[in-house]
Design a protein around this ligand. Structure first.
Ligand code: ASP
Ligand code: MG
Length: 420
């Protein structure tokens, strides 16, 4: 058994779907394919949801029409003009029904509605692709992951019930050569749709690989493999053929967009190698992430986390009490669901770098009420460099634009004025 995962970018057009067929056809042995929503569908559905929650029904319908037309366009291209797929029509109708609901929409139910609406993106993509492959003689079974990936009811960030899900997946794929299921979505025990957090499809694929004891998992992407830096930011980025799970976790946590950070653990637990491969050229082997690798990575790895705000927090009275109040301060971050990306404390001052968030103003107000002086710097970024050398240090980590530095023997992290 192998697991393949295709992200939204690889199936954003009919040609992308045709290319998926070419890749899948070649696979020997049984296969489980996890697919994300096509192109930018998740973002488009978020717009539908915003309009719906704000009771702008006309606008919501208009934005839903864009989603419908996008998918109908791909269907026409794949199957011929005017062709419709009943199951796809069913999902579109369910979205339309949501917009016309008589239920009272409460703001506090935002996350619940989010999962009901947004999960449709993955239902649409998998239904279209499964139907297309069947029509081309690549026979497969469409799996409703909401019946297999069982989670708690923490909407938008659901936790997976591993035991129950494993049993359901094993059952679902019996006697099936190729199975196709949705990334990112699941359901709680009552059958209500849940999601695993944005970009969660990698995690879904890793879980399925774990449950089904896959020999390997391949993530097909629009890059050659894993690079030592984002090529859009660093023009001299180079490709890394092999990484360990530990390398991958460190990279993912520092913001490298190779793979969702949660995906590594289910793979490491069962020692399943993960390939990151370019969907535009299936003859290339891409990068492999596994337990042990032949040679250590010797080049520095650079990761930028953008859109950071650097907060400086100190007790109003300049007393040396911050140490005692550290927990209290961090609890306030937790309360507003703002995750510190980097923390540095001295006796009187706490520096915290966080993502831009709509709740940040409120957190700062609360800190002030609780007796802290808070200043902040906008437009910052965190640069993490693993395996740095003096040339790299000099080039990226010195100068007035660097506000804060954290350094161990192997890793340096700086918060600096955004340059990108
Ligand atoms: N479609 C979801 C998203 O865009 C999940 C994923 O692509 O991994 O976040
Ligand atoms: Mg995606």
């Amino acid at each position: 058994m192998k697991v393949y995962k295709f992200g939204g970018a690889s199936v954003k057009t009919a040609d992308g779907v045709r290319n998926l067929q070419l890749i899948v056809e070649d696979c020997i042995g049984s296969l489980f394919i996890i697919i994300s929503a096509m192109g930018k569908t998740t973002n488009a559905l978020e717009v539908v949801l915003e309009n719906f929650m704000e009771r702008r029904t006309d606008k919501a319908k208009e934005s839903l029409l864009i989603v419908e037309q996008f998918h109908r366009g791909i269907i026409s291209d794949l199957f011929g003009a005017g062709v419709t797929i009943d199951s796809v029509e069913g999902v579109l109708k369910s979205l339309d029904d949501i917009l016309s609901t008589n239920e009272t929409i409460k703001d506090m139910d935002y996350d619940l509605w989010y999962d009901r609406v947004i999960s449709c993106g993955e239902l649409l993509s998998t239904l279209i692709i499964s139907e297309y492959l069947n029509s081309r003689g690549v026979s497969n079974r469409w799996i409703d992951v909401r019946e297999c990936l069982i989670t708690d009811s923490k909407h938008r960030d659901a936790n997976v019930n591993m035991e129950l899900s494993e049993a359901r997946f094993k059952d679902a794929i019996k006697d099936t050569h190729i199975s196709i299921g949705q990334g990112f979505i699941g359901a709680d025990e009552s059958g209500t749709a849940t999601t695993l957090g944005r970009e969660g499809s990698d995690y879904s694929a890793a879980l399925v690989a774990n449950f089904l004891d896959a020999e390997s998992i391949s993530i097909w992407k629009d890059v050659e493999g894993v690079l030592n830096a984002d090529p859009r930011v660093f023009s001299d980025a180079v490709y890394i053929p092999e990484l360990t799970y530990l390398d991958a976790i460190e990279l993912a946590y520092s913001g490298a967009q190779i793979i969702h950070p949660k995906s590594i653990k289910p793979l490491q637990n069962k020692n399943i190698p993960l390939y990151v491969r370019p969907f535009s050229d299936k003859s290339k082997c891409g990068s492999v992430i596994k337990e042990t690798i032949k040679s250590k990575i010797v080049i520095p790895i650079l990761i930028v986390k953008q859109n950071q705000i650097l907060l400086s927090i100190r007790p109003q009275d300049f007393s040396f009490v911050l140490e005692d109040r550290l927990c209290e301060v961090l609890n306030m971050f937790e309360e507003y669901d703002i995750k510190p990306n980097l923390i540095q404390s001295s006796a009187v001052n706490l520096s915290v770098s966080v993502n831009m968030s709509r709740l940040l103003e409120r957190l700062m107000a609360k800190l002030r009420v609780e007796g802290f002086r808070v200043v902040h710097n906008e437009d910052m970024e965190i640069l993490t460099i693993r395996g740095y050398d003096s040339a790299v240090l000099e080039r990226y980590c010195l100068g007035d634009d660097v506000y804060l530095t954290q350094k161990t023997r192997r890793i340096i992290r700086v918060v600096r004025k955004a340059v990108h």
